[in-house]
Design a protein. Structure first.
Length: 187
């Protein structure tokens, strides 16, 4: 057994190393240093910058590696990482993820099956999901695309009070799709 503590098959989980250069990892010959209070300390060697940082009990962190000379800041790197992680988490919490529920039909779908699927579509729309109605054609059903289109038009009429049509019916291979978005008043 080669991997320590890893008992599954396949590859071991990858560990991503932080790309930010801190203290001894800074390889530039000259760096422009910004002090802990935001004041410019000038262009000095990284070794001198680390000495100044250690006097303040902080770290020398590279903030702009592509500029000439490299820009470094004297700060508490642990606190900086924590604040950055907190900002990423807050941004993730604010984003709205749209979920799509798919309902599949065939041109030969019976009325009771249609009403059952329509009921589910209404429930999904009331919960705020988008609904993708897919008409699937198999074999000889491709010759009767008009039946499928009529069924999707009927669904559009039945869902007018719950949804707006986001994408009109279009053919993709053997499938015809239509996308419904919940009305703004229902969300």
């Amino acid at each position: 057994m080669l991997g320590r503590g890893f008992r599954g098959r396949g590859r071991q989980p990858q560990r991503f190393e932080d790309p930010t250069l801190v203290n001894e990892r800074i390889k530039s010959e000259q760096v422009r240093v910004i002090g802990p209070d935001g004041e410019q300390l000038g262009v000095i060697t990284p070794a001198r910058g680390m000495e100044i940082a250690k006097e303040h009990g902080l770290d020398l962190v590279e903030v702009a590696g592509n500029s000439k000379p490299t820009v470094c800041r004297i700060m508490d790197y642990g606190k900086f990482k924590f604040e950055k992680a907190k900002q990423v988490k807050a941004a993730k919490a604010k984003q709205h993820i749209v979920k799509i529920k798919e309902i599949k039909f065939h041109p030969s779908t019976d009325k009771n099956d249609y009403s059952y699927r329509l009921k589910h579509a209404k429930e999904f729309l009331e919960k705020g999901f988008k609904v993708k109605a897919s008409m699937i054609f198999r074999g000889r059903e491709m010759a009767h695309q008009d039946f499928g289109r009529k069924l999707l038009v009927q669904m559009t009429e039945d869902l007018t009070e719950f949804a707006d049509v986001e994408n009109a019916s279009k053919m993709e291979g053997n499938n015809m799709h239509m996308l419904f978005a919940p009305k703004k008043s229902n969300c």
